[in-house]
Design a protein around this ligand. Structure first.
Ligand SMILES: O=C(CO)[C@@H](O)[C@H](O)COP(=O)(O)O
Ligand SMILES: [Fe+2]
Length: 221
């Protein structure tokens, strides 16, 4: 298992002052940017132009989570926009291996996401092509939803597959991650944690990042 990383999502931050919002979390490992197209999910956020502007001012690298249709065609723009990691949904990709290779060769970390009802088993042989696997712990589309415990067995199975293959793929969880739920995720084998409302509803977001990190590290040990 890799070292613990905390990745705040700006989805529930103040979109009118995004530059200031990312400056409030200098202790984070990444900033998670949720790109939504109102087709793959019933919500709409921003596109590559906005992401590029944010990449220029963010104190930490951007981790793009693309909840958009036609990932094969649309994902490369987010590498060009300056994201250090680009996650596409397997449900929206026609050729996930080709896309992961394209993202890597363009210079970013390649990551693939699974919705709660998408099984990991058909993708076991694909794991070496990925720098990170994202297992969603809510239905994608909105921040502030309740963590789905039913996703924990899939996290355990994914971690076991990575161990079996002896690969260093990071395992990210996203949705409802908080001080209450992060230990369960770390115990199951996750090492990269997205937290949106937990971080941005805290009085001091950077302190919350540190508290989440501490809990996850204790649970992983
Ligand atoms: O991708 C998504 C939602 O689709 C997430 O990144 C959420 O934005 C995380 O927010 P919380 O569940 O932590 O409030
Ligand atoms: Fe996300």
């Amino acid at each position: 298992m890799g070292h613990i990383q905390i990745t705040p999502s700006i989805l529930n931050s103040d979109f009118a002052r995004l530059g200031e919002e990312v400056a409030r979390i200098p202790g984070a490992d990444w900033v998670h940017v949720d790109v939504m197209d109102n087709h793959f999910v019933p919500n709409l956020t921003f596109g590559p132009t906005m992401v590029e502007a944010l990449a220029r001012v963010s104190p930490v690298p951007l981790d793009a989570h693309l909840m958009i249709e036609d990932a094969d065609r649309n994902a490369p723009a987010y590498v060009e926009a300056g994201c250090g990691s680009v996650t596409f949904h397997v449900e929206a990709a026609k050729a996930p291996v080709r896309l992961a290779r394209e993202i890597r060769s363009a210079g970013a970390r390649a990551s693939m996401a699974l919705k709660p009802a998408t099984p990991i088993e058909p993708y076991e042989d694909l794991l070496p092509e990925l720098d990170m696997l994202l297992i969603m712990t809510v239905e994608p589309g909105f921040g502030g939803q309740k963590f789905l415990d039913l996703c924990l067995p899939k996290i355990r199975r994914a971690r076991a597959m990575m161990d079996k293959h002896g690969i260093e793929t990071w395992l990210q969880v996203d949705g409802g991650v908080s001080l209450e739920t992060i230990e369960r995720c770390a115990e199951a084998g996750a090492d990269v944690f997205v937290a949106g409302s937990a971080v941005y509803s805290a009085e001091d977001p950077d302190k919350m990042v540190a508290a989440l990190r501490e809990k996850a590290q204790a649970a992983q040990a």
